[in-house]
Ligand binder design. Sequence first.
Ligand SMILES: *Cc1c(COP(=O)(O)O)cnc(C)c1O
Length: 391
Amino acid sequence: MKKVYLDHNATTPVHPEVVKAMLPYFGERFGNPSSVHSFGQEAKRALDEARGVVAAAVGARPDEVVFTGGGTEADNMAVTGVASALCNKGLHIITSQIEHHAVLSTCRHLAGMGYEVTEVPCDANGVVAPQAVRDAVRKDTVLITIMHANNETGSIQPVEEIGRLALERGIVFHTDAVQTLGKLPLDVNAMGVNLMSLSSHKIYGPKGVGALIVRRGTPLVPVIFGGHHERKKRAGTENVSGIVGFAKAVELATRDLEATEAHVLGLRRKLEEGVLSTVPHVRLNGHPTKRLSSTASICFEFIEGESLVLSLDMEGIAVSSGSACTSGSSEPSHVLLAMGVPPATAQGSVRFSLGTENTESGVDYVLEVLPRIVERLRAMSPLYRQSGTCV
Ligand SMILES: *Cc1c(COP(=O)(O)O)cnc(C)c1O
């Protein structure tokens, strides 16, 4: 059976060059970077080199890179770390309704511990207005955390403007850039961020590794205590092989950024235009232009996104309903609801996210299979029959 993977916002296959770069660190270069002997120093050198690569990719200094166990940990560290460090200054945090659960659940956890959290709404395109953030600022606001691009819709957020207003008001600004690394050029200076979360497995690197960029002078209390690793910001023996793989993935993604974007955008346009012109009663979610080239979130009226995902899977096509983190629960996506999509329509959402290994023929295959499946599912849907649109 033909296999077409269209779920790159959930995870990506590890690039063979990344695997090759990692392998020696499972074998002869197994040292602990904290050891003073030659085995340790060899691992330490690899770590330093990786730190330089990741820092350069986002315009930061090497000593501003804190390696973590992925994007979720980086988000937790940023939100909890800043809130704890500044608890004597204020207890108010601003975030948005469309954040990844790694940020949203952390903020809600803090709200249960006495912090106050404002979840700023977004517009119908899934974009958070800087003015809405400005209006939410209070005297006791200590942190603003707004993502760079949304993982479900791909809508790109105006982080530069939010960064400027955070600086004006002297508020620490964090952005989750997990979905934009390797897709948009990133520069912590231009974006005006104090902290930035990154993850390896969304850019053809290994899972369970990422980084939090912490600009010099940013107040941050660790969330993991122990030894003196990562400048005392994140204790625990470093995942050396994972970090080496992450840095290789960053290097390749940065080098190939423009070519990848052009490739993926061409395929996405073909897919979107194909679906919109052959399947009735669909709606495209997210911003029409300010959107990740890889991402198309589409609502199919009268059917469950989950059923469509399962039916497509039986034909070898991998997509997701909502985000990877909410699939399996029957709740409609919090992102689409925040955009004002009615709950019943939001239930019918499917996210297609493309990547480097996708091809024209893969998209052709989806366009051949999908309309047939949608028609079949709708024929079984009482909602569709009642709507009178099925004649
Ligand atoms: C995937 C993702 C995360 C979580 O990263 P992990 O490395 O899987 O923990 C956080 N934020 C966004 C926007 C994501 O897409």
